[in-house]
Design a protein around this ligand. Structure first.
Ligand code: PEP
Length: 253
């Protein structure tokens, strides 16, 4: 059975002191959580401090992005060794905001995925269509292109460590959530693409999160779908109580 994974992507929000306070609030709130994996992704600046807060708790640290090079003249970037040293267990890769504003391509997603896996850290690979793509009936083509690109030259042994996040771009930060049926249709299709690439066992075990305006009020419905195994949460992850309410909805399934 797949374990739910609820991850908070804090994006460019929270100062270091605010991040520490939020992380402490989440650690306290989830003490009784047993079945659901809880992950938080602060900014680079706050990550090392937040790592100290979550150490030894049931909250795991994720990083929002990395560069695929080991070190050198890449102003503004961090390497996988840097995030490994502070204990990151997940790295978010290919978020639509990276794709939209920072020239992320299928090729750079793939380089980052392979670099992350080589360091024994788990990638959370984000995929999803824009509204024009959905309206042009390109959902399946977009998703299969993104999945095939991300997993190029990734072995089965490595693929099983990955988490996918289906995030319809039109639902991110907009308050427009995909209906349970729209989300499930996309998730089931994503699982079928993984099955074609890696076989039924890996497809059955791979966790696929939904992301896009997931909130306490809609989480239970989304999480009740067969192929939805958690959430990647932006806005609602910025307060311990709303983030906890989503975790609790997963825990009660
Ligand atoms: C996200 O950042 O991945 C996201 C889904 O944001 P929001 O929950 O705010 O739509």
């Amino acid at each position: 059975m797949r374990k739910y994974i609820i991850a908070g992507n804090w994006k460019m929000n929270k100062t270091v002191s605010e991040s520490i306070a939020l992380a402490k609030g989440i650690v306290d709130a989830v003490k009784g959580i047993k079945k659901t994996e809880v992950v938080i992704a602060p900014t680079y600046l706050a990550a090392a401090k937040v790592a100290d807060v979550v150490k030894g708790t049931n909250v795991k640290l994720a990083i929002q992005d990395i560069h695929w090079q080991d070190q050198g003249a890449y102003t503004g970037k961090v390497s996988v060794d840097m995030v490994k040293e502070i204990g990151a267990e997940y790295i978010i890769i290919g978020h639509s905001e990276q794709r939209q504003y920072f020239h992320e391509t299928e090729e750079t997603v793939n380089l980052k995925v392979k670099k992350t896996l080589a360091a024994n850290i788990k990638p959370i690979i984000c995929i999803g269509e824009t509204l024009p793509q959905r309206e042009a009936n390109e959902l399946k083509t977009v998703l299969s292109t993104q999945i095939t690109g991300a997993f190029k030259d990734v072995s089965s042994a490595d693929a099983e460590k990955c988490v996918l996040a289906y995030e319809p771009v039109w639902a991110i930060g907009t308050g427009k959530v995909a209906t349970d049926e729209q989300a499930e249709e996309a998730h089931a299709y994503i699982r079928s693409v993984i099955k074609d690439l890696y076989g039924a066992k890996i497809a059955d075990e791979m966790r696929i999160q939904y992301g896009g305006s997931m909130k306490p009020g809609n989480a239970a419905g989304l999480l009740s779908q067969n192929d939805i195994d958690g959430g990647l949460i932006g806005g609602a992850a910025l307060k311990a109580d709303s983030f906890f309410a989503i975790i609790d909805a997963a825990e009660k399934r």
